[in-house]
Design a protein around this ligand. Structure first.
Ligand SMILES: NC(=O)c1ccc[n+]([C@@H]2O[C@H](COP(=O)([O-])OP(=O)(O)OC[C@H]3O[C@@H](n4cnc5c(N)ncnc54)[C@H](OP(=O)(O)O)[C@@H]3O)[C@@H](O)[C@H]2O)c1
Length: 246
């Protein structure tokens, strides 16, 4: 398909979203220029999804998406056009380059509202181990205010009525997906630190998020995710299926 850049407010034409499941459905990737968003686009394409990359500024390089839309998660008025015709939304939003505003809190609230208003079927959110803390004086994390903001964003999505999946990864590294086992669970940040701060490839986080789309085993679940070299590469799928909903 021809690649296009759409400006917020422009009509989105020729978008064939609305399929109930996976292949062929349109996915909006928020945070598409980021270190997790970029490999996620390739994984989505390899599984037959149509991808609309959401960017604040058009990047110099080709992200590999079918379409690119300019929008900012902290500016709700830019999101309706980005969502048009979208079946699934994935968020790999983070602080990125320059001023990200309150992307973890207001950004996720805005994304949730816009996805719901547009009739999206699911939002898959990349959060973080540590998002469970509840006090600004919690010393178990370096920047409690960031984890509290992530916790508020998560809580809003869980309450929204929009089908969701929330993934809380451990320490992120840039490496290929599908090479290591993964451990899915509900690890607190205290357990994470006591366990030697296990890392995970950003691309493996992207893979799990993509596999959550339209997947009844993942909907309504919040879980932590770290690498586990002792586990078989695909064993995480059975763990996820067995996990209870929130
Ligand atoms: N570092 C870790 O070890 C760790 C561990 C667990 C979880 N996490 C979390 O994982 C998430 C992803 O991390 P990452 O390293 O892949 O992120 P990243 O490389 O920093 O990318 C963040 C993306 O968000 C975009 N963005 C920022 N503010 C935005 C806004 N207001 N509207 C639209 N897009 C915006 C950035 O766009 P621009 O290109 O325009 O800046 C960029 O594409 C973050 O939330 C991070 O906190 C990190």
């Amino acid at each position: 398909m021809r690649r296009r850049t759409l400006l917020a407010g422009m009509a989105v034409l020729g978008v064939g979203g609305g399929k109930a499941h996976a292949a062929g459905a349109w996915v909006l990737v928020a945070g598409a220029t980021g270190r997790t968003g970029r490999p996620m686009i390739g994984i989505l394409k390899s599984k037959g999804f149509k991808v609309r990359a959401m960017v604040r500024e058009s990047p110099a390089d080709d992200l590999g998406a079918d379409e690119t839309v300019v929008a900012d998660a902290t500016k709700p008025e830019t999101l309706a056009a980005a969502m048009k015709g979208i079946t699934y939304v994935v968020s790999a939003l983070g602080r990125g380059r320059g001023n990200s505003g309150d992307v973890d809190d207001a950004g996720i609230v805005n994304l949730t509202n816009a996805a719901k208003a547009a009739g999206a079927k699911q939002l898959v959110l990349m959060s973080s181990i540590g998002a469970e803390i509840t006090s600004p004086t919690d010393t178990s994390v370096r920047r409690p205010e960031i984890m509290l903001a992530k916790g508020r964003g998560e809580a809003y999505l869980r309450r929204s009525g929009l089908p969701y999946t929330i993934v809380r990864p451990g320490g992120l590294e840039d490496c290929d997906h599908g090479k290591s086992g993964l451990k899915i669970g509900m690890m607190t940040v205290v357990e994470f630190q006591a366990g030697g701060r296990p890392v995970i490839c950003r691309a493996d986080v992207a893979l799990v998020m993509v596999e959550a789309l339209g997947n009844k085993d993942a909907i309504g679940k919040t879980f932590t995710l770290v690498g586990d070299t002792s586990a078989p590469v695909d064993a995480w799928r059975a763990t996820l299926a067995a996990m209870k909903r929130d």
